[in-house]
Ligand binder design. Sequence first.
Ligand SMILES: *[C@@H]1O[C@H](CO)[C@@H](O)[C@H](O)[C@H]1NC(C)=O
Ligand SMILES: *[C@@H]1O[C@H](CO)[C@@H](O)[C@H](O)[C@H]1NC(C)=O
Ligand SMILES: *[C@@H]1O[C@H](CO)[C@@H](O)[C@H](O)[C@H]1NC(C)=O
Ligand SMILES: *[C@@H]1O[C@H](CO)[C@@H](O)[C@H](O)[C@H]1NC(C)=O
Ligand SMILES: *[C@@H]1O[C@H](CO)[C@@H](O)[C@H](O)[C@H]1NC(C)=O
Ligand SMILES: *[C@@H]1O[C@H](CO)[C@@H](O)[C@H](O)[C@H]1NC(C)=O
Ligand SMILES: *[C@@H]1O[C@H](CO)[C@@H](O)[C@H](O)[C@H]1NC(C)=O
Ligand SMILES: *[C@@H]1O[C@H](CO)[C@@H](O)[C@H](O)[C@H]1NC(C)=O
Ligand SMILES: *[C@@H]1O[C@H](CO)[C@@H](O)[C@H](O)[C@H]1NC(C)=O
Ligand SMILES: *[C@@H]1O[C@H](CO)[C@@H](O)[C@H](O)[C@H]1NC(C)=O
Length: 883
Amino acid sequence: MLLPLACLAVGALAQFGNNGAPFPEVTYEDAISPNPDVVAGAQSNQRSPPKYPSPWGSGAGEWAEAYKKAIDVVKQLTLEEKVNLTTGSGWQQEQCVGQTGGVPRLGIRGQCLQDSPVGVRYTDLVSVFPAGINVGATWDKRLAYERGKAMGYESRDKGVTVQLGPVAGGLGRSPEGGRNWEGFSPDPYLTGKLFADSIRGIQSTGVQACAKHYVGNEQEHFRQTPEARDYGFNISEPGSSNIDDQTMHEVYAWPFADAVKAGVASFMCSYNLVNNSQACQNSYLLNHILKDELGFQGYVMSDWQATAAGVPAVLAGLDMTMAGDIRFGDGASYFGPNLTIAVLNGTVPQWRLDDMVTRILAGWYLVDGDAEIELPNFQSWTPYTNGAVHAHVGPTWGTGVVNKHVDVRREHGRLIREIGAASTVLLKNTKGALPLTNKEKLTAVIGEDAGSNPTGPNGCRNHGCDVGTLGVGWGSGQANFPYLISPDAAIQHEVTSRYGSYESITNNSAFTQIDLLSKRVTEAAGVCLVFANADSGEGFINIENNFGDRKNLTLWQGADAMIANVSASCNNTVLVLHTVGAVEIDQYKNNENITAILWAGLPGEQSGNAIADVLYGRVNPGAKLPFTIGKARSDYGTDVLYTPNQPVPQFNFREGVFLDYRSFDARNITPVYEFGFGLSYTTFAYSNLRVEKLSAEPYTPSSGSSEPAPTYGSIDNRTASHTFPEGFTKIPLYIYPWLNSSSLNASYGAPGYGDNSFIPPGSRDGSSYSHAPASGPNGGNEGLWEPLYRVCATVTNTGSVAGDEVAQLYVSLGGEYDPKVVLRGFERVGIEAGESVEVEFELARRDVSSWDVVKQDWVVTEAAKKVFVGKSSRLLELEGDLE
Ligand SMILES: *[C@@H]1O[C@H](CO)[C@@H](O)[C@H](O)[C@H]1NC(C)=O
Ligand SMILES: *[C@@H]1O[C@H](CO)[C@@H](O)[C@H](O)[C@H]1NC(C)=O
Ligand SMILES: *[C@@H]1O[C@H](CO)[C@@H](O)[C@H](O)[C@H]1NC(C)=O
Ligand SMILES: *[C@@H]1O[C@H](CO)[C@@H](O)[C@H](O)[C@H]1NC(C)=O
Ligand SMILES: *[C@@H]1O[C@H](CO)[C@@H](O)[C@H](O)[C@H]1NC(C)=O
Ligand SMILES: *[C@@H]1O[C@H](CO)[C@@H](O)[C@H](O)[C@H]1NC(C)=O
Ligand SMILES: *[C@@H]1O[C@H](CO)[C@@H](O)[C@H](O)[C@H]1NC(C)=O
Ligand SMILES: *[C@@H]1O[C@H](CO)[C@@H](O)[C@H](O)[C@H]1NC(C)=O
Ligand SMILES: *[C@@H]1O[C@H](CO)[C@@H](O)[C@H](O)[C@H]1NC(C)=O
Ligand SMILES: *[C@@H]1O[C@H](CO)[C@@H](O)[C@H](O)[C@H]1NC(C)=O
């Protein structure tokens, strides 16, 4: 539902941050895509085209068995049982951050939906895995899968049926974006692959994954209207990501196509608007792109409080509302009784409700969730064993054992340590600084980021502070640490277990002491290991006026002054960065005393051990940057909008497909360290590129139309049959499916019955829908996934130690407006010293196609295409033609 835009002058809006301080003036080059059509497709106030009806699932492919099971159940359900499965019970009414109603009559439990993408949030005795951005840095599909699987087991053992992750939106349009670290990389191809393998890993355990946030959720500022008031802005709707059709397909929706192909059970639509229509109510995004083009067979849930209407959202493709209530804890719902009413009054057709419920149950059966998972044995709303059963309404409504404190970690610490080391990118290594030998006469560890938070590893709720070492960012994307091994602890153990000399200073302001220690290290020819960080997170928390998004790209905790202090006297300064993304480090690259730089990201609970493994050479670094590090924020050509430009802030994605390295390449800006860059303790050489054209069927655009929408069972249309059962005890503010009264009007529960009644043309027509050319079940037109080329190359380890190399394949699509190169393949391989390995890549049709906005389909253009294989987006060692 789009509210009319009031013609408020921009000047009429508050222009202040906290304490009346103005936001820093951001000046950056307005990097506009060279393609005028793309720019024209990213304008303020543009609208989303309507697409109805909402495609009903067909149970195609791998989903067949799950659909059969689901349909058998749906046939037996009453109207309110169906509604129950689509609706959350309300904020803090049950154990999980989101929990749907169940069907007690048939022994079907409500689904337990729980954050986060790094572990089980809001409970104890769980692991905190490295963040998505670290998985991005591994460029390792196996590790993405293994991490997903380990997280899936932990969710399962806590009784969670849906893990709310992984993340491909925010993709990372601007480095300042607060939640970028939850995802993998601003490159859609790299993200897509790691996203898909994470999903496969999670779902292999019987837990459903949730591909989120769909789509355009690229900044925290203005994602929610009440939140914006907290930082001084009165906006009338969440901000709108205005994205042209080509960029949507080639960049933002791209990884979500991989998720559908991987069989993800659920999607979460995002808070933001897209083209001025709520993402959870945008028929073009949900009905057209997701459910028709990508042929998604699972269900779409809203982000928490992101549902903005009932009937219009349902008709636009939303299947489940979370957390169920309209505003947290208000006891009202756009679904629940309103959905029951909408079906009874004929507004929502039965086929649509049946489709919603079938999709939800099929997601559960797809992963065999029904067979595997016990009920939740924890409660998100208290750490204590005993507590209120319905936390929101307090102990009057029942108390009991709500937390069984089940330790679900197995030995995942080992994998976490492995991923931590495998995701550490070596950016600089001069004068033989690394690896360390542990024979250093004096080892100094300096920096607040090396130490612990004096109030404990979980001392700040939702990790909403930056004190001590940074293991994870803040918000809903984190979990409670079972322990957090600081670099100080791990390196101290390393050195002192061999009775070496070790001193650490974790107070960045202890200038005098740091200066003295640095000088002593130099005279002893030792090493200064310096730790620094930069944090970000979700918009409901701010740290130092970083309202989710970072307000700058410099280091935090006063680290720059500390590093200047150390490097002025310590001639062997090794800098380790725990940052959520790119930071400004050009001055360190060029500083002779900074002999090495490592980016370690957000490594999770094994942080110290993982960095020690790399520093001391037990692990040879093989990670590569999953984003570009530029000299200054203006180099990226994209930025967060910090001050509303309209009452509905307009985020115009005028750079189109030119994110990150594509932008640096196109504008000829030299980065500090480019996308894909990373050193090793050994060296690699590339040779012998071979390109083989495979025989493939010609591409056939889809056509025709669907079968009519099925309905399952019949609905008793007498309103009196749907009131609360006799004698039922209602928990206050709990969302039930039943009516309060046999009068639909009275049950609606608010004045203005009918304000929810926008019914777009064609939206209730269940006779058929026509298939878009690019469409096909489970990931789009099958021709898109067909391999067209095989590319091989030889990689040789030319150094003296074994190591991992990530061979990267880039394609030049060759069009006038195409990026110089785009990533289209990567393989991480371990190679013994002096040995060679063959790396092999397959290019699918999609990988060499472009989105044609006129044909509304993917096409392989006539432009001459090239393929490159190399070490980074700028070290393209080998080159060949794609005929
Ligand atoms: C957004 O609007 C642009 C410009 O009209 C259009 O090309 C694009 O397909 C729209 N996308 C969505 C999701 O509505
Ligand atoms: C809906 O779910 C709730 C919570 O699981 C349950 O108490 C209620 O009985 C369910 N309603 C129906 C109609 O099954
Ligand atoms: C916000 O703006 C709306 C109209 O745009 C106005 O009705 C409301 O009073 C404003 N609220 C605040 C807190 O300024
Ligand atoms: C039905 O939805 C309207 C908003 O459209 C809301 O005001 C009302 O409280 C809802 N009714 C119930 C019973 O949740
Ligand atoms: C850090 O060192 C400075 C300078 O010596 C001192 O003023 C400050 O109190 C110290 N902070 C802590 C937390 O000890
Ligand atoms: C640092 O200076 C010391 C003392 O002059 C010297 O022994 C050592 O080799 C120097 N280290 C580096 C990395 O330059
Ligand atoms: C950037 O923000 C961080 C975190 O708020 C702050 O510590 C740092 O001082 C800021 N940098 C500059 C140059 O103001
Ligand atoms: C590097 O360290 C030495 C001390 O070993 C110092 O004399 C020199 O000024 C430092 N260089 C820089 C650029 O700070
Ligand atoms: C209710 O269902 C009966 C039987 O299917 C049908 O004849 C009747 O018209 C329906 N009434 C309404 C109000 O839809
Ligand atoms: C039907 O019910 C829905 C409640 O969800 C309401 O919004 C709509 O206005 C009603 N339509 C009619 C025609 O009564």
